[in-house]
Design a protein around this ligand. Structure first.
Ligand code: AMP
Length: 432
């Protein structure tokens, strides 16, 4: 679990802003659900034999409730959808969320115990048109974030009992090869053979290379759905590969399944940036009398940030007050409030230190204008406006300060672009 310090927060805000602005153009609205849900929700929806439920959830009991800190966003969002009776309001609902998730996984590069996901869910549309649109939107988000070298994998797990039939077929295929499998996969062979398919172990991969394909088991209407998905992706000009080994780690998926992976090896084994799929049975499982088809995805923000392009930087204050005496500090406080009320970002240096060190801080914060207040200025109701970008200064009446600052901010170059975000100032904290 990591702290995100302000210098990094700027990148996070940028990423979240890019995500919001794209998905909102597709009609998604933000939903915020609690971090805690009933443990049973995840056991039922994600599946008891999945890694997440078996060994990664942070769960506890309190006042006879079994609770879990959410390991993912889909189950809680679907619960909110059913509990809020949202299906009675609109035939189609498009929601997004951004927030922390928690899994007690073995930490690795790109794998954390508290990590952040941004995700989208669509309820009420069977697809495959909306499936293709959702995948294309994922590609667009990664492009906007400057994440290149991405491969899109798609598969279908079919509907009805196909998943179970495939599980049996895989079990029957793997059983004679039992000895050749890794220890983990030998165990999974009985509990959840689908998981053997996406094992990272080389010995397992050699065995599953010959395994039957789920696509061969699909019913005609599932095949038609999958063909529709591919047709729409082609129409949108989205490059993808059909990957019949793609199963993903959560049990709730039906039909469309997809992942966007980085093709660079920067994240080692954690190459999946976005994972998603259809979960047409969840809403009914959660107690709604009628099924509501649904599809969604989640993207891992840490992984994407590790690959994302350069982002905005922390802007410094436009105006930096340098008061030289105690009465000047009081005056600066009042004047700064007036500027802030007019929408100008300013800071008052109240340290009572030397002009030189206050000016140095103004410079390291990328301020555009320094406002100097000494004894003389105070006595004459004036203030010195020093334009750091233009290297000029003028003395103005204090009641003309807003006008003077506005004029300076209009003409001086926005130096937030010219310099890096403020780093620790040399000698910070020491008085000279
Ligand atoms: P999932 O909810 O397992 O389908 O994962 C969706 C995405 O969340 C993955 O593709 C990752 O980008 C991200 N993710 C999942 N688990 C972790 C983790 N432990 N640490 C960092 N990112 C994660």
């Amino acid at each position: 679990m990591k702290d995100i310090l302000p210098e990094q927060t700027v990148r996070w805000q940028w990423l979240e802003q890019q995500f919001r602005s794209i998905v909102e153009r597709y009609g998604y609205w933000e939903v915020r659900t609690p971090l805690l849900e009933a443990t049973e929700l995840f056991e039922r929806e994600i599946g008891e034999t999945t890694d997440v439920v078996e060994k990664e959830m942070y769960s506890f009991e309190r006042h006879d409730d079994r609770l879990t800190v959410r390991p993912e966003g889909t189950a809680g969002t679907a619960r909110a959808f059913v509990q809020g009776k949202v299906m009675n309001l609109q035939p189609i609902t498009r929601w997004y969320y951004i927030g922390p998730m928690f899994r007690a996984e073995r930490p690795a590069k790109g794998r954390y115990r508290q990590f952040h996901q941004a995700g989208c869910e669509i309820y009420g549309d069977e697809g495959p048109l909306c499936d293709a649109e959702l995948i294309a939107m994922c590609a667009k988000i990664l492009k906007a974030l400057g994440v290149g070298d991405v491969a899109i994998h798609v598969n279908s797990l079919g509907s009805g009992g196909i998943r179970e039939r495939y599980r049996d077929a895989l079990h029957a295929f793997l059983l004679p090869h039992r000895e050749a499998l890794s220890e983990d996969s030998q165990r999974r062979l009985h509990t959840n053979p689908l998981r053997v398919l996406d094992s990272k172990s080389k010995q397992d991969q050699e065995v599953v290379a010959e395994a039957p394909s789920v696509l061969e088991l699909l019913e005609p209407e599932d095949t038609e759905h999958f063909e529709g998905l591919k047709r729409h992706l082609d129409a949108l000009g989205v490059d993808y590969v059909v990957d019949d080994r793609l199963v993903r780690g959560l049990d709730y998926y039906t039909r469309t399944l997809f992942e966007l992976k980085t093709t660079t090896d920067e994240l080692g084994a954690q190459s999946t940036l976005i994972g998603g799929g259809r979960y047409d049975n969840m809403v009914q499982n959660l107690g709604h009398k009628k099924g509501v088809p649904a599809i969604g995805f989640a993207m891992g923000l840490e992984r994407i940030l590790a690959l994302a392009g350069e982002t905005g930087e922390l802007p410094g204050p436009s105006c930096y007050f340098v008061p030289m005496t105690e009465p000047a500090q009081v005056r600066a406080l009042v004047l700064a409030e007036r500027l802030r009320d007019a929408g100008i970002y300013c800071e008052v240096d109240g340290r009572g230190t030397s002009v030189k060190s206050m000016m140095r801080r103004a410079d390291s914060m990328n301020s555009r204008v320094c406002l100097l207040l000494g004894e003389d200025e105070l006595a004459a109701d004036k203030i010195t406006v020093k334009d750091l970008a233009a290297g000029e200064q003028e003395e103005v009446a204090q009641d003309q300060l807003l006008l003077a600052v506005r004029a300076r901010l209009r003409t001086s170059a926005p130096n937030v672009d010219a310099k890096p975000a403020p780093k620790a100032e040399k000698g910070a904290g020491t008085d000279d």
